[in-house]
Design a protein around this ligand. Structure first.
Ligand code: HEC
Length: 141
């Protein structure tokens, strides 16, 4: 009996821990995206002279964006998170903003291949709109 109760509490604890880890991982992924996006925005606006870094930021965004598809597992809406229940309650609307974001990130990565700063600037602008569209509807204010 003691053993069974212990196993049960371990099961409950590990579910909560798995959710906490999923939320922490999600925040880390978004922090990475936020860092690269802010850095790249500063470059394309000409605020800093590091244009040779632009491609790396754009590629990092392009490689990180697809992760957003799997960082909202069922159950990870509960805990220390800014994710709104709408993510799980309106999966079709969420999939739509998600898809627009994936397209914008892929376009940015493609613009980086051309080493075209103007194209990258436009693509960063589009990407920022895609970030905002999701935050507006699916992230706590
Ligand atoms: C598909 C929806 C979606 C897209 C697209 C999206 N975000 Fe977010 N973002 C969220 C949600 C939801 C959270 C809250 C996550 C949490 O607290 O669990 C978040 C959180 C963040 C955070 C805070 C992370 C932390 O440490 O708490 C940053 C920074 C961020 N996003 C930046 C971005 C940037 C930059 C982009 C675009 C390049 C972007 N996001 C695209 C939904 C999105």
């Amino acid at each position: 009996v003691t053993l069974a109760a212990g196993a049960l509490s371990v099961g409950v604890a590990s579910t909560a821990m798995a959710n906490d880890a999923a939320i922490a991982y999600r925040k880390a992924v978004f922090s990475a995206l936020g860092g690269h996006t802010s850095a790249l925005a500063a470059i394309v606006k000409g605020e800093v002279p590091h244009s040779s870094d632009a491609k790396a930021h754009a590629k990092a965004i392009g490689m990180t964006a697809p992760m957003v598809k799997h960082i909202f597992p069922e159950g990870s809406g509960k805990g220390d998170t800014g994710a709104l229940p709408a993510i799980w309650e309106k999966p079709e609307a969420f999939a739509k903003v998600q898809e627009n974001f994936q397209v914008a990130a892929a376009q940015l990565a493609a613009a980086a291949d051309g080493d075209d700063m103007k194209a990258m600037a436009a693509a960063v602008g589009n990407l920022g709109k895609a970030c905002k569209a999701c935050h507006d509807d699916f992230r706590k204010k």
